[in-house]
Design a protein around this ligand. Structure first.
Ligand SMILES: [Mn+2]
Length: 497
């Protein structure tokens, strides 16, 4: 969605979710600032049966001058109702009638069907979605320090103090928001109330550790989700605990936080697995978080009790550990008789000579959907870019051997175009420097479709495994049977034949 689409309406109401948190307030405020800048007079409201009382939120509203109001009903049906960090129809969103509905959110929802809905479940916070939309609309949120502080704090609280950032847009907001440090420091030191500390204490008394997998599970009573990370960080320090999952009910569903301290358990993967089909999850290999949407769960006929979801979590955690094959290329003998040979299609790729961006010796970061990579500019180092925006470095000599220049246009068909970040020049698009190339010869692989989850330890990375899900492919290069990798089902059909 483009924010400018909202400007054709005059009577506009922006709605935050019930029991507002910092992320919904910041997101609503971002929309409010954009619309007022364009001469509109929107109202910023929230409903539900409880007014904001948490001290950090009261400070946020006061210090940042956020004109949010509590509304039980609307006197007049607005032309447009925009929900921020929630969607009309969800149980955490008070039901206000409007002629048209729009939404900006980062929670998977069954109600995501209108063209004016922009829902991005891979983002760690709705504030990051708003930051992207504002930038695209040419509105510089950093010119408004209060708004920049609100968005930064929204991201901070929704990603457990920036530990569960899942999308490059989250990292962009973390790195580039020009927030007020004094206000931010006041906010982060008013996050917990005494009653929440007691909830954490009670939850810790109920800790349940699965001895076979060394995975601890803790359920906290309904509370502000910022308590989850606090509990997880304590639990993971226990000697017999290798991974911890902590959850609590929030309005509309269940939020959870995961920690892992061993390479065999990838927290982000476990979060995705727990929320598969009924919500969203993600983060890093050691820290991750997720959300289960109760409406989605009931639509999929999953019986989960939001007040006592222990049974569901225990079942999912056991499945995560038990229904998986572990493959280590060093000891694995593939059965080639069940695999077929496929050839790679001749796709156009992009490449950038690193010294075309910066003088040799300069360090910079390349940010992609997957991760941030450190690169040092060097005449010998090229950066390859594939059609989905993934990058990898390659030496000049290997590049010349494998690829030929092409005059075809190279495009990225993905949700984030990689960027380069340096202390001296800030952030720029990597694509502005890219040229096109195609592989010299087409390579072939053996491949088989997976019907179980797989953890694959490859030749080139002994620390981290590649995860495969049913529907993905296990691939082996025909010229090197030790070179195995996993390709997603979608990508496989795109690049192999
Ligand atoms: Mn949020």
């Amino acid at each position: 969605m483009k924010l400018s689409e909202l400007l054709k309406y005059d009577s506009i109401v922006i709605q935050c979710h019930n029991y507002p948190d910092a992320d919904t307030i910041a997101s609503g405020y971002g929309l409010y600032c954009y619309l007022t800048f364009h001469g509109k007079k929107p109202r910023l409201i929230y409903g539900g049966n409880k007014k904001i009382s948490k001290s950090n939120l009261l400070i946020m509203i006061e210090k940042l001058g956020i004109p949010i109001e509590y509304a039980e009903k609307l006197d007049k049906k607005p032309e447009l109702l925009i929900t921020a960090d929630c969607v009309h129809g969800e149980s955490n969103t008070a039901d206000f009638e409007a002629e048209n509905y729009a939404a900006v959110d980062h929670h998977a929802s069954v109600y995501a069907k209108s063209p004016m809905y922009d829902i991005r479940p891979s983002y760690g916070s709705c504030s990051s979605v708003i930051a992207v939309l504002l930038n695209e609309a040419g509105y510089d949120f950093n010119a408004n320090e209060k708004l920049a502080t609100a968005l930064y704090y929204g991201l901070y609280t929704d990603t457990d103090e920036m530990k569960e950032l899942s999308h490059p847009a989250d990292r962009d907001l973390r790195d580039f928001a020009k927030y007020n440090k004094a206000v931010f420091s006041l906010l982060i030191n008013s996050n917990l109330s005494l009653s929440e500390l007691r909830i954490a204490g009670d939850a810790l008394n109920r800790i349940n550790c699965n001895n076979a997998h060394h995975c601890a599970f803790v359920r906290a009573e309904e509370c502000d989700p910022n308590i989850l990370g606090f509990i997880s960080d304590l639990v993971i320090k226990v000697d017999s605990v290798k991974a911890s999952v902590v959850c609590c009910k929030v309005s509309g569903g269940i939020k959870f936080s995961i920690r892992s301290c061993v390479k065999e358990i990838n927290a982000s993967e476990l979060a995705e697995f727990i929320a598969e089909n009924i919500g969203s999850g993600g983060g890093h290999c050691d820290k991750a978080g997720g959300f289960i949407n109760m409406r989605l769960a009931s639509e999929k006929y999953m019986k989960i009790d939001a007040d006592e979801p222990t049974e569901y979590f225990n079942k999912r955690i056991s499945e995560y550990f038990e229904c998986v094959d572990i493959i280590d290329v060093n000891s694995y003998a593939p059965d080639l008789s069940v695999m077929k040979i496929y050839t790679k299609k001749m796709v156009t790729l992009g490449f950038v000579k690193s010294t075309d961006i910066f003088p040799a010796g300069t360090s910079f970061v390349v940010r992609t959907l997957e991760a941030d990579f450190n690169v040092e500019a060097d005449d010998n180092i090229y950066i390859m870019i594939d059609d989905e925006g993934n990058i990898y470095p390659i030496e000049k000599e290997k590049f010349s051997r494998t690829y030929s220049l092409s005059d075809k246009i190279f495009k990225i068909d993905g949700e984030y175009s990689p960027s380069i970040i340096s202390t001296s020049h800030g952030q720029r698009e990597l694509l502005t420097y890219a040229k096109s190339c195609i592989p010299n010869t087409s390579s072939s692989i053996y491949a088989v479709r997976l019907d179980r989850r797989v953890k694959l330890y490859t030749l080139w990375d002994k620390e981290n495994y590649m995860s495969g899900k049913p529907g993905d492919y296990l691939a082996i290069r025909t010229d090197d049977l030790k070179d195995m990798y996993i390709i997603s089902g979608r990508r496989f059909s795109k690049i192999y034949e």
